[in-house]
Design a protein around this ligand. Structure first.
Ligand SMILES: *[C@@H]1O[C@H](CO)[C@@H](O)[C@H](O)[C@H]1NC(C)=O
Length: 617
């Protein structure tokens, strides 16, 4: 076949390709999972090794450590510019133990400072920086002399300290065990947009990458969760200044979401990280995305949903191919918190977390992490969305419920459609809704009869047997023959016959649509029906709006859903339009009166942190 012929053939096949399978991550890269632990380094060596062994056995590929004090230990920087190497030795011993116990398979992300130590919040003791700034903790970011002192801290820890376990090497060279370093844990935590000192982000990232030299050793620079926990539809963790900074390798996202009547705890993740949306479309090829903290957040449904809620979040992230770290594991009591005791097994939250971790390391990703985390094995092709094995028996709804992950229309309960892998309320073309032959078409597997969409029976042929066997009321149909108990002949009452549609046979008609937003992220709206998209699709680079089959070229030159429509996917204006008066956008940076001042007046912001960001808060 000629090249031209082959291309034409390909197009003709694609034109009839199924649109039933919802958005798929087709990447050949592998995802991974891990855990946060805030104090491994301060445990007795025996206990420390037990915790590490449990994490490694559970399938954690990454463990995130925090350089900070606790009630019994000082921060290693005991006063500004003065370091206690014996405390850094404890971290070094921890790095060595993780490397040894995991046989080099588990790596570490280090948060070299915690906003909570800066504020004396969340149970962290006030450290040397906190004592310097007092209540005006935003000076940490905007005051240039304090920023210089912090850079010297990073140099002291990652260059000057000589590893006791790795032959005197600097940590900045230890890529066999250090995967990445955060700018800080949650800079500007709880505050968005960033009110002052935003250039701190790229200044510190560049220092880490170039001066400290992480960039020479394939150790990633991560943002650490800018502005703290991301709201369910928000973009707090992904400001322009981080995206535009060449030294930032990974946009780290923190989110604390609970389940509610319309959503699982994983639904916000499925929406935020939809392939091709403003965030992921922009990141692909320029930044990596990591969910660096997520947790169980107690909701109305109560603690017996803890395992299910943890698993739903892990499952959504695995399906989207975005790696994640649970926040956090401990060896203590869980109470009603999101903490997970790492030693507990079956029947406890740890079982669900470990299941999520195992699935994470098999999940495929569109993002290539191999530079920081070499992985020899190939991802396992995801076939179907897995059902949550940890839903409690008393759950009202267990299958295709609102907000559940889905991979086909069949996967959602009646009155709901599968849109971008989430079951959402059907607004057109579903049974009982008005229809016509032009603009108001019915959903697949419903038929327009007398102006009303009606459920229909699938034509009885061998390929459809599986589907028909799964119909809600098999008693309405009689067997075709004695050896086919689930076969179909003539229904007793004759519902309208549907065109047979099965994703694997590529015969599906497609869902009805008026605009691209009515279709899944990997489709476009073609004369009233959603069809697979191959050019000018969501997330692809656009030359002009007209080239985008999604109808909109966003501010970052990627094809996007039209502004103001569609929930979940991050839209361009979320990044720029919602900024308050204190925000100096990139356009104004370093110009005239809007030039950000680094010596802004001291801003006192309450230290209380809002952790719960789920909509049931
Ligand atoms: C920056 O902080 C230092 C130390 O607190 C202080 O001495 C200095 O005056 C501050 N600079 C500005 C411009 O506020």
């Amino acid at each position: 076949m000629h090249l031209f012929g082959a291309v034409a053939f390909l197009f003709s096949v694609l034109a009839f390709t199924s649109s039933v399978q919802a958005v798929k991550v087709s990447g050949t890269h592998r995802s991974f999972g891990g855990v946060n632990h805030q104090s491994i380094q301060f445990l007795e060596p025996k206990e420390r090794d037990k915790v590490i062994t449990a994490a490694v056995d559970a399938g954690a590929t990454v463990i995130r450590l925090f350089i900070t004090g606790d009630d019994k230990h000082s921060d290693p920087e005991t006063s500004l510019g003065v370091f206690d190497d014996s405390i850094l030795d404890l971290y070094d011993d921890t790095l060595a133990a993780i490397h040894r116990i995991s046989k080099g398979k588990t790596k570490v992300i280090i948060a070299p400072h915690d906003v909570h130590s800066l504020r004396g919040s969340n149970g962290s003791p006030c450290d040397a920086y906190c004592r310097l700034v007092g209540e005006a903790w935003l000076d940490f970011y905007s005051n240039l002399s304090i920023r210089q002192t912090y850079k010297e801290r990073l140099t002291a820890i990652f260059n000057n300290y000589k590893s006791k376990n790795f032959n005197g090497a600097s940590w900045s060279t230890l890529n066999q065990v250090v995967m990445g370093v955060d700018l800080q844990n949650e800079p500007w935590s709880g505050i968005s947009p960033i009110p002052a000192g935003e250039p701190w982000i790229c200044d510190i990232a560049t220092h880490l990458k170039n001066e400290v030299g992480l960039g020479n050793h394939n150790i990633a620079v991560l943002t650490g969760g800018i502005s703290g926990a991301n709201s369910p539809g928000g973009t707090e963790n992904a400001p322009e200044s981080a995206f535009k900074c060449a030294a930032v390798d990974v946009i780290a996202i923190h989110g604390y979401y609970s389940s509610n009547d319309d959503a699982t705890a994983g639904t916000p993740w499925a929406n935020i990280l939809l392939p091709g949306n403003t965030l992921t479309g922009r990141a692909l090829g320029s930044k990596l995305l990591l969910v660096e903290e997520f947790s169980y957040v107690r909701a109305r449904t109560g603690l017996h949903y803890k395992s299910a809620d943890i698993w739903d979040q892990a499952n959504a992230l695995n399906y989207r191919g975005i790696p994640w770290l649970y926040s956090k594991v401990t060896s203590g009591d869980e109470g009603s918190s999101g903490n997970v005791n790492i030693f507990r097994g079956k029947g406890f939250a740890m079982e669900a977390l470990a299941d999520g971790l195992r699935r994470a390391s098999k999940a495929s990703s569109n993002f290539d992490w191999s530079r920081y985390l070499p992985q020899s094995r190939k991802p396992v092709k995801t076939t179907h969305v897995a059902l949550n094995p940890y839903l409690p028996d008393q759950a009202d709804c267990k299958l295709g419920c609102p907000g559940f992950l889905c991979d086909s229309m069949d996967a959602c309960q009646q009155g709901y459609v599968c849109k971008n892998n989430v079951c959402e309320k059907c607004t057109k073309g579903c049974p009982g809704m008005q229809c016509d032959a032009y603009r108001n078409l019915c959903q697949e597997k419903t038929r327009c009869v007398d102006g009303i969409c009606q459920e229909c029976a699938v034509r009885a042929d061998s390929a459809s047997r599986r589907t028909t066997c799964e119909l809600d009321e098999p008693s309405r149909y009689k067997s075709a023959s004695t050896d086919e108990t689930c076969g179909l002949d003539e229904p007793f009452t004759q519902p309208p016959i549907c065109n047979y549609c099965d994703g694997s046979t590529k015969e599906c008609r497609g869902s009805p649509c008026v605009r691209a937003v009515d279709c899944d992220a990997d489709e476009f709206c073609d004369w009233g029906l959603c069809r697979p998209c191959t050019s000018g699709c969501l997330g692809m680079a656009c030359k002009s709006s007209r080239d985008c089959k999604t109808g909109n070229c966003n501010a970052f030159d990627k094809c996007d859903y039209p502004s103001g429509v569609g929930k979940g996917p991050m839209r361009a204006e979320d990044y720029v339009g919602r900024r308050g008066p204190g925000y100096f956008g990139p356009r104004y940076q370093n110009q005239g009166p809007s030039k950000p001042r680094d010596n802004v007046a001291r801003v006192v912001v309450p230290v209380d942190e809002v952790k719960q960001t789920g909509s049931t808060a």
